[in-house]
Design a protein around this ligand. Structure first.
Ligand code: TXD
Length: 319
């Protein structure tokens, strides 16, 4: 059986890490595309030269012409500009909308059968733009944010409880922004929900609230420390988990920015919800019961995404 092909549009910090992880896990051959001259070829060659040491079998190549992504099974998009300290994700909208439109058109041309994972910020709006531009079925175009936000939440909880990260499950819903909704009630240590752990005296409500806030600010915490860009290791690992679930038909239950057609009372909108990812792409959107308070937070988050979609629609109308 021929190897799968994974195309990475954007070969920057996240793109390079995606290439390393995809190759190490032998998910397929990897091509890197970027507008920066020489850079995608350079990274591909450097990574290919790690293969004898690391012992993986995957071809890596790169280029500045969109034709390199031809026939890809998975396309992961990070093309665009990242945040600098003091910038919000939404400040990126002007530049990144144009980028995602071009990327979408080229996916339509060269890789119309791919499963597409968008990472570029502001995430929920960029995945909407790209799906529109590509014309691919919405179940094959998703955004990565929830896996990362949940991973941050899980890491902070494991650290607080002094337990393995593997035994902490957590769910974060809504848009990828300061309004995201970490679902405390559905987050557990080995199946024990967080509210029960507060009752058992493992932590206090105040500490839990602080962890929720730290999760919401998780991206900004890293931007502030790095100064020259945003997080890239954990975002790359999160997208690779989604790609693997699709390629291996694992049917993992993961929160992704998925296209809603009535679920959670929303239409024609991408927002973070629990899904099942398998060979069919988004095979199911799981609608969980939200309490009145959670619903209020979710709706607030959805409103923030909707506002940005309106900004993009206005931009597109003015062109
Ligand atoms: O959870 C999430 N979704 C995110 C999103 C978590 C972290 C970072 N997130 C966003 O990912 C971030 O705000 C950025 O919008 C993207 C990519 O982040 P990265 O850290 O990889 O940015 P880099 O290193 O600047 O890489 C971007 C690359 C860079 O090499 C540019 O030359 C290239 O994008 N670029 C383009 N490629 C193709 N086509 C066009 N037009 C283009 N413009 C820039």
């Amino acid at each position: 059986m021929a190897r799968k092909k994974i195309a990475l549009v954007g070969a920057g910090q996240i793109g390079g890490t995606l290439a390393l992880l995809a190759a190490q896990k032998e998910l397929g051959d990897v091509v890197l595309f970027d507008i920066a001259e020489g850079m995608p070829e350079g990274k591909a060659l450097d990574l290919a030269e790690t293969s004898p040491v690391e012992g993986f079998n995957a071809k890596l190549s790169g280029g500045n012409d969109y034709s390199v992504i031809e026939g890809a099974d998975v396309v992961i998009v990070t093309a665009g500009v990242p945040r600098k300290p003091g910038m919000s994700r939404d400040d990126l909208i002007g530049i990144n909308t144009g980028v995602c439109q071009t990327v979408g058109e080229n996916i339509k041309k060269y890789a119309p059968n791919a499963f597409v994972i968008v990472i570029t910020n502001p995430l929920d709006v960029m995945v909407w733009v790209l799906q529109q531009a590509s014309g691919l079925p919405p179940e094959r175009v998703v955004g990565m944010a929830g896996v990362l936000d949940s991973a941050r939440f899980r890491y902070f909880l494991a650290d607080e409880f002094k337990v393995s990260v593997e035994d902490v499950t957590a769910f974060v819903l809504g848009g990828h922004g300061d309004t995201m909704v970490p679902l405390v009630r559905y987050s557990t240590v080995a199946g024990i929900p967080l509210p029960d752990l507060v009752k058992m005296g493992w932590t206090t409500q105040e500490k839990l609230d602080a962890i929720v806030q730290r999760t919401r600010d998780g991206g900004a915490e890293i931007v502030k420390l790095l100064k020259t860009g945003s997080a890239f290791y954990a975002p790359a690992a999160s997208a690779i988990q989604m790609a693997e679930s699709y390629l291996k038909d694992q049917k993992r239950v993961v929160p992704v920015a998925a296209y809603l057609t009535g679920q959670y009372g929303q239409n024609d909108l991408y927002v973070g919800v629990p899904t099942i990812i398998g060979a069919g792409g988004v095979e199911k959107i799981i609608e969980i019961d939200l309490s009145a308070e959670e619903k209020k937070m979710f709706d607030h988050s959805v409103d923030a995404v909707k506002q940005l979609v309106e900004v993009v629609k206005k931009q597109q109308a003015e062109k």
